[in-house]
Design a protein around this ligand. Structure first.
Ligand code: UD1
Length: 418
């Protein structure tokens, strides 16, 4: 079990290239099964979640090659439409495979993903969307069986703009005769990226990003090359790290529009942010002002995936902040650990009331999930003395060598493998 050892107090200076978005890569990898030609994806990030998704594709019969930062997926000889529970548990997003396998085989069996570290994460919206399009869904012994022999195009109104459900339904509909409309669809940049990828494969889809996605079924998709977008959450994490530590950091290869909600908030902390082309520069004296009220919501609102990190910033900012987690019901597991480091945070239901303290102190803290672990690392970067962040593996799900990135900016952080 590896851990991070951090000595806090260093300012951050330098430049970083932002790697590809996990939340783009995962559905795009799943969508590769929709065609029988080779797909080449650039900037393969090698996060552990992406590795798990590749493992799923391999067990289904795809062949995968990796070279110089690219990955090629050839699903010509895909033979299975069943994902076993041990694999499905490794990466919750294997649920995307349901839509992709339905598109390819007209049937699929996926293990029920169950709960996860940040809430129950039901999949009722995915399933009711499939049912609306004529898919027969049966849930038995922890597995979901879907039969799409009678699947037809139609209009699906999503009860909530779920990212995963929107992506599953897009994948299930691209090869369906007729026109399918997804209303109240998620608008996240990763949805637009999936649309762009599917269009490159020959699909006819429009509207991603607007809340109404229209899919005209085509008979066949073909191979292509594609570069998924940069990870706005990784970029956001490093922007918050700079705001907390002080210094000047240039992030490259990132779309500032995808981070508008964070930039608007960070502007209030007195750090200076400038964005030009695909670069964002953050300059900070390391003494952030409090943020007031932040509420997570669907895009373009403040992302739930940056809530833990902004909470770490609020814990050392001048004044009080209130952070409301509207998207997931159980996403404050990092708070008791931040409190161990001296943070003054009180939780009531989905609201964290934070009174900024002058200093955090190094402690041994445990990461419980991906973004929460990132927030403990950020807290360690500003804490007095040494912080040990246990369960480093959580952060590897969505960051590639976070410690190397931060050390390259001047942070004193290293990974220790037990
Ligand atoms: C995706 C992202 C995740 C991000 C989240 C919200 C990926 C791989 N993961 O997760 O990083 O935090 O979007 O931006 O892209 N819900 C239901 N029923 C459903 C589906 C969702 O009730 O069928 C609820 C969830 O429990 C949650 C909310 O809707 O409370 C948002 O979930 P959703 O948008 O589906 O997130 P994910 O796709 O799981």
């Amino acid at each position: 079990m590896s851990k991070f050892l951090i000595h806090g107090g260093n300012k951050l200076f330098g430049e970083l290239n932002i790697t590809a978005a996990k939340n783009s890569y995962l559905p795009i990898l799943a969508a590769c099964v929709l065609c029988e030609d080779e797909i080449i994806l650039h900037n393969y990030p090698n996060y552990t979640d992406a590795q798990s998704m590749c493992e799923i594709l391999l067990t289904l019969g795809a062949s995968i090659k990796q070279s110089a930062g690219d990955i090629s997926v050839d699903a010509a000889s895909l033979f299975s439409w069943r994902i076993e529970s041990d694999l499905a548990c490794q990466v919750r997003s294997s649920i995307f495979m349901l839509g992709a396998l339905l598109g390819r085989f007209k049937k699929a069996r996926v293990a029920y993903p169950g709960g996860c570290e940040i809430g129950a994460r039901p999949i009722d919206i995915h399933l009711s969307g499939f049912k609306k399009l004529g898919v027969k869904v049966e849930e038995r012994h922890g597995y979901i069986f879907c039969n799409a022999e009678k699947m037809h195009s139609g209009t699906v109104l999503l009860e909530f703009p779920s990212v995963g459900a929107t992506e599953s339904l897009m994948m299930a509909s691209v090869l369906l005769p007729g026109e399918t409309r997804l209303l109240n669809a998620a608008k996240e940049p990763e949805i637009v990226d999936l649309q762009n990828f599917l269009v490159k494969m020959g699909a006819k889809i429009r509207g991603a990003g607007s809340g109404e996605i229209v899919i005209e079924g085509v008979k066949k998709l073909h191979g292509c090359e594609f570069t998924p977008i940069a990870d706005r959450i990784i970029a956001g994490t490093y922007m918050i790290a700079t705001a907390m530590c002080g210094g000047e950091v240039l992030l490259k290869g990132v779309n500032a529009e995808h981070l508008r909600a964070l930039i608007d908030k960070l502007d209030k902390t007195a750090c200076v942010i400038s964005a030009k082309n695909d670069k964002i520069k953050v300059t900070s004296d390391g003494k952030p002002n409090a943020l007031g009220k932040i509420e997570t919501s669907v895009y373009p609102g403040f992302p739930t995936d940056l809530q833990a990190q902004i909470l770490a910033l609020s814990s050392i900012s001048k004044g009080s902040s209130m952070i409301v987690e509207n998207v997931f019901e159980c996403r404050f597991k990092h708070v008791p650990e931040l409190i161990k480091m001296g943070a003054d945070i009180y939780i009531k239901d989905r609201v964290a009331f934070v009174r900024g303290v002058e200093k955090l102190y190094g402690a041994s803290v445990s990461g419980m999930e991906l973004r929460g672990t990132a927030s403990l690392i950020l807290a360690g970067l500003v804490a007095e003395g040494y912080t040990t962040v246990l369960n480093a593996k959580h952060v590897d799900r969505g960051y590639k060598n976070i410690e190397k990135d931060l050390a390259s900016l001047g942070a004193d952080i290293k990974r220790i493998d037990d």
